[in-house]
Design a protein around this ligand. Structure first.
Ligand SMILES: [Zn+2]
Ligand SMILES: [Zn+2]
Length: 139
């Protein structure tokens, strides 16, 4: 998402954009994004200061750290960015800052749900689907 400083009217500017996730390089080992990010930006400018109030929505695909199942988790984040403008024809690229803010939302150990039972250490079965035969043998 780019803002052309010369195109910000005195009353401000509201921008809505879908940013392709590949564009932002947001994939990590545990989190992927498969839909474009939805971004709404309220842009205001007072002389050389540009303030952008952003609301970003993203559908994250996370891999559960216990059972390795992929699950979708939607996040929304509101934040404000401030830029100093030196030239009137300047173009502000918001993408690097949007990327940073989204990365802050990534959990270190995602869980499909707080009570996830994980995988059996012996047979590898997903214990959320029911007990495995290892447990049956013990009985
Ligand atoms: Zn899980
Ligand atoms: Zn087992």
């Amino acid at each position: 998402m780019e803002i052309h400083v010369s195109q910000i009217p005195p009353e401000g500017l509201l921008l809505r954009e879908h940013i392709p996730c590949a564009h932002l390089d947001l994939a990590t080992e545990v989190v992927k994004i498969h839909k474009p990010l939805m971004v709404a930006a309220q842009v205001t400018r007072i002389t050389n200061a540009v303030t952008v109030d952003l609301e970003v929505g993203a559908a994250l695909i996370m891999t559960c750290s216990r059972c390795l199942t992929e699950f979708e988790n939607g996040i929304t984040r509101s934040f404000r960015l401030n830029y100093q403008v030196e030239k009137q024809d300047q173009v502000i690229d918001l993408d690097p800052d949007i990327r940073e803010e989204i990365l802050l939302e990534y959990p270190i150990n995602p869980l499909c749900n707080p009570g996830c039972k994980g995988l059996c250490l012996v047979c590898g079965k997903n214990l959320n689907d029911g007990p495995c035969s290892c447990k049956m043998k013990k009985r």
